[in-house]
Design a protein around this ligand. Structure first.
Ligand SMILES: [Zn+2]
Length: 348
């Protein structure tokens, strides 16, 4: 065998560092990754490193992941990112979003339902008329489809998009239009037909946010409103923990991290007019940030980190209440928290 092959070094990207020891003792694999050379918002190919980190939440893989910042529009995206073939690894069956209702207490679920109902009512007020059609992209158990139904949307124009067949089958059994397709491939919704479309904490997970927003814009009826909720990379906690531990990164499942400026640009480039931005509490990002710092920075303190696990039950309740109160106060005082809800309207 030629020497060149024997001596060939294992290729290591310049940003790669050794993972925290737990990743190694867990036997987390190194998974396939693919480069994303151009900015998903403005297509510029010049960027600088913004942050690096690991899958601190699930330890699904031991890769060092890197976020880069666009030199032209300052958008931040994961580059490289997990190969499509690895999605089953980074979204394992125990991924919490699939089991949300089992993992939180009934009281927390009731509180969330009440808050989400208020959020939906606010969107209807921004629309300025009774919605006659609605789509929730990434609709989960269909909570928002039920709010829309109560607001007068007929079930045959109440669309829920979700990528899990079982979830979609349940929605269909309840009479809603369940669609098991990616937005970009979805043909179930007629153009210029939707009064209201919502996308809560989904845009940061998709590979081509531009194509997604353009498609939703096409579905909107004249005067229709699109509401997008996503982490805000310019928030206080994003700045404090942004080097690696910020909970909003959700490494490596968040592929695009927006600021109010880059999200506005994405919506305007799709022909929409931004009509308002509301800042929600980002308590789970604060908690995950604290969790990751106490667990992985220096000596691991698992007992302390459990007090900051958003799904940690009673031990983490004081932190949950404290960070929720903190962001409520900050948002009321005009601060831009780490969870932004931007509303955009289609003019004609
Ligand atoms: Zn850019």
């Amino acid at each position: 065998m030629p020497d060149t092959l024997i001596d060939k070094p294992v290729s290591v990207a310049p940003w790669e560092v050794a993972p925290p020891t737990e990743f190694v003792s867990d036997g987390a694999p190194t998974i396939g990754a693919e480069p994303v050379p151009a900015c998903p918002v403005c297509e510029c190919e010049r960027f600088a490193q913004h942050a690096t980190g690991f899958d601190y939440e699930l330890r699904s893989c031991r890769n060092t992941w890197r976020f880069v910042r666009c030199a032209a529009c300052s958008h931040v995206w994961l580059n490289p990112r997990p190969a499509i073939s690895t999605l089953g690894t980074i979204y394992p069956p125990h991924y919490y979003a699939y089991h949300y209702t089992e993992k939180v207490s009934p009281i927390a679920l009731k509180a969330k339902n009440w808050l989400d109902g208020r959020k939906f009512a606010g969107l209807v007020r921004a629309l300025g008329r009774s919605p006659r059609s609605f789509a929730d992209i990434g609709c989960g158990d269909g909570r928002y489809l039920r709010f829309a139904e109560r607001a007068g949307v007929p079930k045959d124009r109440d669309y829920g998009l979700e990528l899990d067949e079982k979830v979609v089958a349940k929605l269909r059994a309840q009479g809603y239009v369940g669609v098991c397709e990616r937005v970009e491939d979805c043909t179930a919704i007629p153009d210029r037909s939707l009064d209201l479309a919502t996308m809560f904490h989904v845009i940061e997970h998709v590979d081509d946010p531009k194509a997604v927003v353009r498609r939703v814009s096409r579905w909107l009826a004249p005067g229709g409103v699109f509401a997008v909720e996503t982490p805000n990379i310019e928030s206080l906690d994003a700045r404090l923990f942004g080097r690696t531990y910020w909970g909003g990164y959700h490494i490596p499942r968040h592929w695009n991290m927006f600021s109010p400026g880059t999200l506005r640009r994405l919506l305007e480039d799709a022909g929409l007019e931004v009509i308002g931005t509301r800042y929600q509490t980002g308590h789970s990002f604060w908690m995950y940030s604290m969790h990751h710092v106490t667990r992985y920075h220096g000596a691991s303190r698992p007992a302390v980190s459990r007090m900051f696990d958003p799904f940690g039950g009673w031990p983490s309740l004081p932190a949950l209440l404290a960070f929720t109160a903190l962001d409520k106060v900050r948002a009321a005082a005009g601060a831009k928290t780490s969870s932004m809800l931007m509303l955009a309207r289609r003019a004609d």
